[in-house]
Design a protein around this ligand. Structure first.
Ligand SMILES: N[C@@H](CCC(=O)N[C@@H](CS)C(=O)NCC(=O)O)C(=O)O
Length: 292
């Protein structure tokens, strides 16, 4: 923090990643992946069978909602120099709602390590057990691999996070071979892809605010159990982390897996899209924010 580039496009949400397509802004990787799959079907990576779709979804839930990523983040090594910077640790505390003192991190480590080791064992002995290359036994990596791999890949690349006497190529050869295979496939895909342009924040904001909307048919479900009216002023925020950073606007779409707010930036409308899972949507009260 602060996040001037997000502020410039009317976003209070503080987490990464955020994606914009025109003036539609998508917050949270789960909705980002879903939209990319829907809007660019030629490059879609998602499962095609009902069973494959279920595995893909369960892997997302395992990582994000069932706490695998939180456990992984508790393995950040206490030797990391940034942990000596009080500005960094107090920002982390504001973000996560938990203590980032070295003592607390060290005290949490055994439990987190037990959970992560168990996760390696789970993949080694179930989805990857028969020696397949990819989670859904496909020729190429699919979205199910992406949903499953990123926590493991991140930990593998974070020096000091995994004690190699407990978690290594020796103990979990199939998981580590899969991580290496994935990174090779990623390198090959990147080499073939068009080069992405980098823009500074103000140029990006300028382009975004001048663009049109990418989505036309927004849906509003009047039977939604929240009982909110279309057009109501609402507040949306994540309930798992970064909850103090909240967005307000007019509720313009609401479905089982998406909420969309219309907000104004310097007289220009932007539309903020969030997934439903892990987000609170409530009437915006004049007195301020609702509690978690
Ligand atoms: N469920 C969210 C989680 C996003 C998340 O946890 N992002 C972290 C980095 S991995 C973040 O932005 N931290 C906020 C910060 O550092 O301010 C998603 O899938 O996008």
């Amino acid at each position: 923090m602060p996040r001037p580039d997000l502020k410039a496009i009317g976003v209070n949400y503080r987490r990464i990643p955020v994606m914009t397509i025109g003036r539609d802004i998508y917050c949270d990787s789960r909705i980002i992946l879903r939209k990319l799959e829907e809007m660019f079907p030629d490059g879609a990576l998602g499962a095609t069978t009902a069973e494959g779709k279920a595995i893909q979804k369960f892997l997302e839930i395992w990582t994000v909602e069932a706490g695998l990523f939180v456990r992984a983040s508790q393995l950040i090594p206490t030797s990391m120099p940034l942990l000596n910077d009080p500005k960094f640790t107090s920002d982390r505390e504001d973000y996560s709602g938990r203590s980032w003192s070295k003592e607390k991190i060290a005290a949490n480590r055994p439990e987190a390590l037990a959970a992560i080791r168990n996760a390696f064992k789970f993949l080694e002995s179930t989805l990857l057990a028969d020696g397949r290359n990819w989670v859904l036994k496909t020729d190429k990596p699919t979205l199910a691999d992406i949903e499953a791999i990123w926590t493991f890949d991140w930990l593998n690349g974070l020096k000091g996070a995994l004690p190699r006497e407990l978690i290594s190529e020796k103990s979990y050869p199939k998981v580590f071979a899969w991580i290496a295979r994935f990174n090779n496939a990623l390198r090959a895909a990147k080499a073939q892809a068009p080069k992405a342009a980098s823009l500074d924040g103000s140029t990006a904001a300028d382009r975004i605010l001048k663009a049109s909307f990418a989505e036309e048919n927004l849906q509003f479900d009047p039977t939604d159990p929240l009982g909110l009216q279309e057009g109501a002023e609402v507040e949306v925020f994540p309930t798992d982390s970064g909850s103090r950073h909240r967005d307000r606007g007019k509720l313009i779409a609401l479905t089982g897996d998406e909420v969309v707010l219309s907000a104004q930036v310097k007289g220009t409308e932007v539309r903020l899209h969030f997934p439903r899972t892990g987000f609170r949507i409530g009437a915006a009260s004049a007195r301020g924010s609702s509690r978690l």
